[in-house]
Design a protein around this ligand. Sequence first.
Ligand code: HEC
Ligand code: HEC
Length: 512
Amino acid sequence: MGRPLALEEPPHGQARRIGIAAAGLLAAGAVAAVCAFSLVLKRGGPEAPASAPPAAPAVAVRPGGDTTVAHEHQPTLLKPAANLDDEQKARFYAGKALATQPWVRAPTRTDARDGLGPLYNAHSCLTCHVKGGRGQTTKSESEPAVATLVRVSLPGKDAHGGPIPDPIYGAQIQPRSTSLAHQLADRAGAEQYRGDGPVAEADTRIRWKVQPFTYPDGASIELRAPEVVLSNLGYGDIDPHARTGLRHAPSLAGIGLLELVSQADIDARVDPDDRDGDGISGRINVVWDPEVAAMRPGRFGLKANQPSVRVQVAAAFAGDMGISSALFPEQPCTSAQPRCNEEPTGNDAEGHEISAELLDLVVFFNMSMGVPERRKPDHPLVERGREVFGQIGCESCHTPHLRTGSDPRYPHLSDQDIAPFTDLLLHDMGEGLADGREDYEATGSEWRTAPLWAVGLAQNIDAEVGFLHDGRARTLEEAVLWHGGEAASSRDGFARLNVGDRRAVLAFLRSL
Ligand code: HEC
Ligand code: HEC
């Protein structure tokens, strides 16, 4: 285990360090040895004080450092970081309004928020990122998938090594159009507006295929895997070579803090050839950054295909809402969609639908939500879960502790000890989770380690949320059982636990 690990203070850290070493043994099948090993060490090494109870380190309770906000009865992630001053709060709320209120079709008199579409997925950011959290998944094929996007690309790479968009449908299926005919849908009179705007690209739905998972102890649970169903294609068949990939809206918790983690700290965890032999590699994506017109390490997006929060947010405005900016000046129309190209735009004097100034407000809002404090971190079941989480190797990717660097633009995010539970690296998660669609350096089966902070609040924020990159997991337990590839031995470690320890791990996740 040559890889540097972020450790918390002893005596907790002491036990954990061993726990991780033990996970390596577990992978090798030496289960009995593990138990004996961790028992001996839990009695405490030389540094462990004899009597003091093991106090949870501050970062374990306040995962977002000074940005951490108190837990509320009706949870939401839309609270400003606890350490914002009044001027920053004003910017936060201005950005929040731009992310919450619906954008509208151009032209209007309120021209600050027009320019939606003409083809789009949703009319506001928070339609998909519910209360700043993850998106709602679907139960059956009868519901349209809104917070789960369908990306499309042809085999091969574009000039920068990124995916090649489909020549007719572009990089993403936009199931909605600003045309009145589409907006009125099945209502009486809709027919007379046909041709009033471009037709929508397709209906995007998901067919769930159910499969059982049986634990070694005989308990069983139902898992579901998605199949993309595109119907009512507005512009003819999709290229038969096109690949599709589903992307479910993730939580926005703590992304400003993640932006401030230094690249050197992330690089230190990279192990592409698995030199330390723990079965876990961890790679960095390298992606095109339109802001600096250069290739840069990717950090945001589910395959780490975006270099910064600002580029990610501008890409969301362009791709998901059809709002152009200096970073993405195009309308969401391909040359095969002339009616889309003829629609009026919401352009300002500079020729963009959102100005750099307003974009910056939305970026500031995204970066400055407070991370919720943990609930009941000292509960014995949660503490047991925390310990087992380390022992079965979950921490090899879900890094418990990082520190942010400093950035004069974001004093409130600077120099913070944080507990995001991600290494921000790509990992091969196996065939079960693969979509077979490359994105820059990321292969079809690689995904960025999902941050786990606030994951335990997700279902309190909204009961219909889905976990994992395509929203397939309806519970945290399902999410863990889908782990494969580099995480297979860790998943097996979880499956082999007795039911009490499985519950403890899930209780720990719910406390995050
Ligand atoms: C139609 C649903 C939808 C809408 C609308 C939407 N998003 Fe997203 N968002 C997603 C999906 C899906 C992803 C993951 C994309 C990927 O990995 O390629 C994502 C990713 C993100 C991320 C990266 C999070 C991370 O952990 O890396 C940020 C930040 C973000 N969105 C902000 C926004 C903002 C701001 C808006 C409004 C301008 C917005 N989104 C609108 C679905 C949506
Ligand atoms: C090899 C690295 C790796 C290991 C080991 C690992 N994970 Fe993960 N984890 C990931 C990645 C990558 C994802 C995102 C996968 C996806 O979206 O398809 C993820 C996603 C999750 C999620 C879903 C989060 C969300 O926002 O949807 C949970 C919960 C989770 N992991 C818990 C665990 C637990 C518990 C363990 C130990 C049993 C574990 N993980 C071990 C890499 C890992």
